[in-house]
Design a protein around this ligand. Structure first.
Ligand SMILES: NC(=O)c1ccc[n+]([C@@H]2O[C@H](COP(=O)([O-])OP(=O)(O)OC[C@H]3O[C@@H](n4cnc5c(N)ncnc54)[C@H](OP(=O)(O)O)[C@@H]3O)[C@@H](O)[C@H]2O)c1
Length: 372
């Protein structure tokens, strides 16, 4: 192409002004949803990208209207009918922050099927229904963005799909669950047994009343499945991720449930600490069968970057060719930090940047492997 023509093309892509606002339907106003609502209401103009549409909060779906009003959310935006809000012709983009499988899965699928962009932090839905949702998004051309589903406020999926797109990723590993890392850190520093630290973590709000999803590793499995999609181009089946420790710390148990003070002491005698590590490596191809994935308690050197990742912090390392090893660390949970990723995705939708997988090719699935 002649140089002059390229220059003209670039100038023609200058800032677009006076675009119609993008009407945002927010599903859920809990820990994360509340922060997103507050930011859209209080800092909407700050979130306006020079080359994107303004964002306008058009509705908020909650279960308990009175409680939401009492929490200061504007009454005229509230509804207890999330399906109606998704289907409304006045909704352009859906932000799903309900959590859990249903109705979140059906609502996301409905929005994408109607050609509406979706932003979600729901790692369970993306890990368990990612292949189906990716297929719908690609068919309708609607964007599906889920940066907040892994690492809370840490940007890691976007960099994998964009800045690192020229690399061949060979491994992803990380401390991706703040609750278990908080418990392991307290067990290590205070020399207390698992059950007692878990009870304190629940009282302090760092662990849920039913901690199974965190302590048995399911939450970390979901995040690893999502990381593997971006890193290797394959949707793993969450049940294919190994979570039962055959040997080493916590042997015979899932997640951190079998870690005892003896495991911690044994690690300490080797200048090591125990961390719940999510790890996926790949051999040659980009099919689920070429990927080995696990979420297991591992000894790591106490003075290593993983060893020094304490409390509720997360750390994710990517090994890739030609870049080498790159690392991402920071706040992996919490309303304000997670809202950062959700709002970043909303701005990306307003700028028409597409889905989290950006220009990566469609992913393979376990089913595709079976038919190879
Ligand atoms: N919290 C974090 O640090 C964090 C970090 C990363 C990702 N995430 C993800 O972000 C999502 C939201 O998490 P969260 O911590 O904000 O959860 P949360 O505090 O439990 O909030 C969920 C909200 O959705 C509402 N809700 C649930 N089901 C509903 C339904 N069927 N209809 C209407 N409203 C419904 C709940 O209402 P009620 O209160 O009335 O039940 C609540 O307001 C989850 O997918 C989570 O995995 C959270």
């Amino acid at each position: 192409m002649p140089r002059d023509a390229a220059a003209v093309t670039i100038r023609a892509r200058g800032p677009r002004v006076s675009r119609a606002p993008l009407r945002v339907a927010l599903l859920g106003a809990g820990t994360v949803g509340r922060e997103v609502a507050r930011a859209l209401i209080e800092r909407g103009p700050e979130l306006l990208a020079s080359d994107g549409a303004p964002l306008q909060l058009a509705g908020i779906a909650v279960r308990d209207l009175d409680r939401a009003r009492a929490a200061g959310l504007p009454g005229d935006l509230l509804t207890d009918g999330p399906a109606h809000l998704v289907a409304s012709p006045d909704t352009d983009v859906v932000v799903e922050l309900l959590g859990g499988d249903e109705p979140a899965h059906t609502l996301i699928a409905a929005a994408l099927s109607a050609g509406k962009a979706v932003v979600t932090a729901n790692k369970h839905v993306i890990a368990h229904h990612g292949a189906e949702l990716e297929a719908i998004a690609r068919r309708t051309g609607a964007a599906l963005r889920f940066e907040a589903a892994v690492g809370g406020g840490i940007p890691v999926l976007g960099p994998l799909a964009t800045d690192l797109a020229a690399n061949r990723v060979t491994a992803v590993r990380g401390i991706v669950n703040g609750t278990t890392n908080y418990i392991l850190t307290a067990m290590t520093e205070e020399g207390r047994p698992y059950a007692s630290v878990l009870a304190d973590a629940q009282a302090a709000g760092y662990a849920e009343a039913d901690p199974t999803g965190d302590v048995e590793g399911h939450d970390a499995v979901n995040k690893l499945v999502i990381l593997a999609r971006l890193a290797f181009g394959a949707w793993l089946d969450p049940t294919d991720v190994a979570t039962l420790a055959a040997d080493g710390p916590g042997r015979g148990s899932r997640g951190i449930t079998g870690i005892d003070p003896e495991d911690i002491a044994r690690a300490r005698s080797r200048n090591a600490v125990i961390k719940l590590l999510a790890e996926a490596t790949r051999s040659d191809g980009s099919h689920p069968a070429d990927i080995a994935a696990s979420v297991l308690p591992r000894e790591v050197p106490a003075d290593s970057p993983f060893g020094r990742t304490s409390g509720v912090l997360n750390r994710i390392e990517i090994e890739a060719v030609p870049v080498g090893t790159v690392a991402f660390s920071g706040p992996g949970a919490g309303g304000p930090a997670t809202s950062s990723a959700v709002l970043g995705d909303l701005v990306a939708v307003a700028r028409e940047l597409g889905s989290t997988w950006a220009g990566l090719p469609p992913a393979t699935t376990s089913a595709a492997v079976g038919s190879r």
